[in-house]
Design a protein around this ligand. Structure first.
Ligand code: FES
Ligand code: MG
Length: 569
């Protein structure tokens, strides 16, 4: 096997000496590194990102595993994308992290990489980088945080906060309680403990075969997580020795497996964008239509908030992803290779049977029609997404007048205005919040129910935007309207009072306007002013693809006819 790191460390003369002296600076003896594979540990640990705060301890465990297996671990940092503090959204920087990791792998002597991610965008970014670099890689996640308890209730990340805020806006809870909630809301390091985007992407990384079986759901502070990290360090050295690359694991069949698992967990809508972007890096033909097709075929089995009632530690206790995949195994491609070096089928031979009722059996599944739907129509010619598992059944077929918010600021300013011309049948529309409009497609899509409606007991309304929403949100919320308003999509042509019609059974979302009127409005349409005239955000706005293609940069996808993998420096 020809290790790429040898080109640095086995060199004769001045350069070789210089390169080896870097390892000597770490205090390493030549016996420890000579001829051994160099394993990068890509960390996204940061004090700016509480979700990924535990990764520092995990990196130490990974190192132990790498050394025990005969590799040389070298940890490096990259930008940490924390959805809580990063504005307007960490999504704006997903592609930047992916570029940073890919370019680090290209330019340094690294033979294989362990990717340490957690918060929403970090795992997708790292897997995108690994796909493009196509050197052996294994994903490790931060794990869900333990739930804080408050007033006899276990707090689900996001979900508990949204519920509280609705009560707060109605004056049903006193102000001092907010401080109690604040102190208990995030009870440990780790990612959201509900089936938000971070949990969804960790589960999907495991379903794709890029993470060791059974490790995506282990709570952040459980000592099994350290053991899993250590084992991942051991596993990567095996992958390097056998030259098993991401493209050997993330095949078309593996993506199909991931879509099946995605539907069964009632996962976050953001996963649609991330999986499309990952597939685009590998030249795999994955389309929005595939998500809809699989959703119709696979019912939701996992009972975790926000689609269900329980939390990620319950899913873990029930047997986690291996138990779920065991239940689904007759649908899965069992021949897919995984980071264990074995096939999925082989891994599943030791999978536990689901315990308790957090993972339902296929026979007892409540949603016959999966958990998401892909909608089309003259309002969304290139598609939009609805998480049907959190939607209100009576709104799945609905028509009502549009109430349009021009921007996020406009929405915040007017949503609780007593004079807002809103009725329970109104369709709330938020635009200019897409990939270019946001920019970065912020999680603004869960437009709050106007106070005027909340006080009448209205809990859900049809909402439509070109934004994304937090994986922890719920409601009848159409997202990712494509193309977005800011690039001339039809959402930008809507006016207050236009009748909007949704029929989820037939996957339709339309505005009752004739083509002539739409054309007329199209001529009058002007793009919204751009917020950024320089820097990374400008690069982003100029190169980001629309939601139906995963919001990657156009220049980062695999060029047809080109080989995958690093062009060596
Ligand atoms: Fe980081 Fe939810 S905000 S995982
Ligand atoms: Mg609950």
């Amino acid at each position: 096997m020809e290790l790429r790191s040898r080109r640095w460390f086995d060199r004769q003369g001045e350069l070789g000496l210089q390169h080896r002296s870097v390892l000597r600076t770490l205090g390493m003896n030549p016996e420890l590194f000579r001829g051994k594979p160099v394993i990068g540990i890509a960390n996204t640990w940061s004090e700016l990102n509480n979700c990924n705060l535990g990764l520092r301890a995990l990196a130490a465990a990974v190192k132990r595993g790498v050394m025990a297996a005969g590799g040389v671990p070298l940890e490096f940092n990259s930008i940490s994308l924390g959805e809580e503090l990063m504005k307007p959204t960490a999504m704006l920087y997903r592609n930047l992290l992916a570029m940073e990791v890919e370019e680090t792998l290209r330019s340094y002597p690294i033979d294989g990489v362990v990717l340490l991610g957690g918060c929403d965008k970090t795992i997708p970014a790292q897997l995108m980088a690994a796909a493009s670099a196509n050197i052996p890689a294994i994903q490790v996640c931060a794990g869900p945080k333990i739930p804080g308890c408050w007033r006899g209730h276990r707090l689900g990340s996001g979900v508990a906060l949204w519920e509280y805020m609705d009560k707060y806006r109605l004056g049903e809870v006193d102000g001092s309680s907010a401080e109690e909630l604040e102190a208990r809301y995030s009870a440990s390091v780790g990612t959201c403990n509900t089936m938000g985007t971070a949990s969804t992407m960790a589960v999907l990384a495991e379903a794709l075969g890029m993470m060791l079986p059974g490790t995506s759901t282990i709570p952040a502070v459980d000592s099994r997580r350290l053991a899993a990290a250590e084992k991942s360090g051991f596993a990567i050295v095996n992958l390097v020795q056998r030259q098993i690359k991401p493209s050997d694991i993330m095949t078309r069949d593996a993506f199909e497996n991931a879509l099946i698992v995605y539907s069964a967990i009632g996962g976050s809508t953001n996963a649609v964008i991330h999986l499309l972007a990952m597939a685009g890096r590998l030249g795999i033909d994955l389309q929005l239509a595939d998500f809809d097709r699989v959703a119709r075929m696979v019912p939701m089995l996992v009972d975790v908030e926000p689609s269900g009632e329980k939390l990620m530690d319950d899913f873990d206790a029930a047997g986690g992803v291996p138990a779920l995949m065991r239940e689904l195994q007759h649908m899965l491609s069992l021949g897919c290779l995984t980071v264990t070096g074995e096939t999925l089928g082989k891994n599943l031979e030791s999978a536990p049977e689901p315990q308790g009722d957090t993972i339902r059996s296929l026979a007892s599944a409540p949603y016959a029609d999966g958990s998401i739907a892909v909608l089309h129509g003259n309002l969304v010619p290139r598609g939009a997404i609805l998480r049907t598992s959190t939607a209100s059944p009576d709104l799945l077929r609905h028509s009502g007048p549009a109430l349009v918010f021009e921007s996020y600021e406009d929405m915040l300013q007017r949503i609780d205005d007593p004079d807002l011309p809103v009725t329970p049948s109104s369709v709330l529309v938020l635009r200019n919040a897409g990939p270019v409009g946001g920019p970065g497609m912020p999680e603004w899509g869960a437009i709050p129910i106007p106070r005027k409606m909340l006080s009448r007991g209205i809990k859900d309304m049809l909402r439509i935007s070109d934004a994304r929403m937090s994986g922890t949100s719920s409601g009848t919320i159409v997202l990712h309207a494509c193309p977005e308003a800011a690039v001339g999509g039809p959402l930008g042509l809507l006016r207050d009072g236009d009748m909007v019609e949704i029929d989820v059974a037939s996957r339709k979302l339309s505005v009752l306007l004739d083509e002539e009127e739409m054309d007329h409005r199209r001529q009058e349409w002007r793009p919204p002013p751009r917020k950024h005239v320089r820097g990374y955000p400008l690069l982003y706005m100029e190169h980001v693809l629309q939601a139906d293609e995963g919001c990657d940069f156009d220049f980062l996808r695999l060029v047809p006819g080109e080989d995958l993998g690093l062009v060596e420096p």
